[in-house]
Write a protein that binds this ligand. Structure first.
Ligand code: TXA
Ligand code: MG
Length: 315
């Protein structure tokens, strides 16, 4: 930990676990270090980063003051945890972090390694998911090492416990708009703030946020969402991802992996990217088929990831 924190202070890149996915971190106030994140991920600079904090006091140096009342309502209800808040930024936040936008995205993760790293580094840490741009998100240190070779240190904290990226919300005058679905659902947000429709009115962004791009999170093989195909119709050398272990026998003879043992949505989120990585890595699998998951609760966020991952192979 001391080594990782020193690397952050020296302007280096450290991949670290959060409860959602692994992040590729650098000192958020060091534009040169942040530039290396974009280089390493091959990420276009129009795609802004999330700044990670370990105490709400750090918001003073990130968000314009006074902050919108909704910020503290959201922070009290959901931090530390899988919620990212977008709010007008202080001028000291490098433009590279926010991609030139007047806003910055901030999250307080709940993973003890992430919190300790931010504390010991002594500054907020800018970190996107630790994958190459557009590719599968990492939920283990091994997933990070597979895609990124120029990271100065990868902190191995085992598998992440939520498995999909945080919910991203923008705090606006009239309420809170959801920019990316995640484990914090619309229903949960609505218990503390007014939730407004955000998907179509991207007036605060010159480009849609990549969380909103149609194609993202993709494996390096064709991926199809199962939609009426009968198991017998799937070609040999297909890998099949079922949402419930009980569905596996129908696909006998193919490489089958379940997202959950018994249909639990939280378990499906935890396993989604690990199972996609396993299919991507399996030399016997030429193409991947995945069952849709129930579109409720975190299932909506899972389907969002699945549809984007399969976008280039939709019917
Ligand atoms: O769970 C997570 O959020 C993980 C962990 C590492 O914290 N991070 C993550 O980062 O998923 P990334 O870069 O893969 O996704 C960040 C999303 C992108 O869709 C980005 O466009 C959006 O947040 N975002 C960042 N700053 C924004 C801003 N100022 N306005 C609107 N969207 C923003
Ligand atoms: Mg990402």
């Amino acid at each position: 930990m001391a080594h990782a924190a020193r690397l952050i202070r020296e302007g280096k890149l450290v991949a670290f676990p959060t409860e959602t996915v692994y992040g590729l971190g650098a000192n958020a106030f060091d534009p040169f270090a942040v530039a290396r994140i974009f280089e390493e991920k091959q990420r276009p600079t129009f795609d802004p980063l999330i700044v990670h904090i370990s105490s709400v006091e750090q918001l003073d140096s990130l968000f314009t003051q006074p902050m919108h009342d909704d910020v503290m309502k959201l922070a009290e209800a959901f931090w530390p945890g899988p919620l990212t808040i977008v709010h007008p930024k202080q001028p000291c936040v490098p433009d590279l972090v926010s991609s030139g936008l007047p806003t910055v995205a901030v999250r307080m993760p709940s993973h003890p390694v992430a919190l300790e790293l931010i504390d010991q580094a002594g500054s907020p840490i800018a970190a996107p998911s630790a994958n190459r741009f557009g590719c599968l998100s990492p939920t283990t240190a091994q997933h990070v090492a597979k895609q990124l070779t120029g990271v100065d240190y990868i902190f191995d904290g085992g598998s992440t416990t939520i498995g999909i990226e945080s919910t991203v919300v923008a705090v606006r005058e009239n309420g809170v708009a959801i920019l990316r679905k995640g484990a914090v659902t619309k229903e949960a947000l609505a218990t503390v703030v007014n939730v407004v429709d955000g998907d179509d009115e991207r007036s605060d962004l010159s480009m849609p946020a990549p969380g909103m791009l149609k194609s993202h999170y993709s494996p390096q093989k064709p991926l199809y969402v199962i939609d009426g195909q009968r198991p017998a119709d799937l070609p040999p050398n297909s890998g099949v991802i079922v949402n419930h272990a009980g569905n596996a026998p129908a696909y006998e003879g193919r490489m089958v992996l379940p997202l959950s043992a018994n249909g639990d949505l939280g378990e499906m989120a935890v396993n989604l990217f690990a199972v996609l990585h396993a299919m991507e890595d399996n030399p016997n699998v030429e193409r991947i088929f995945i069952e849709p998951v129930p579109a409720k609760g975190i299932g909506l966020a899972i389907m969002d990831r699945i549809q984007k991952a399969a976008y280039n192979y939709r019917k």
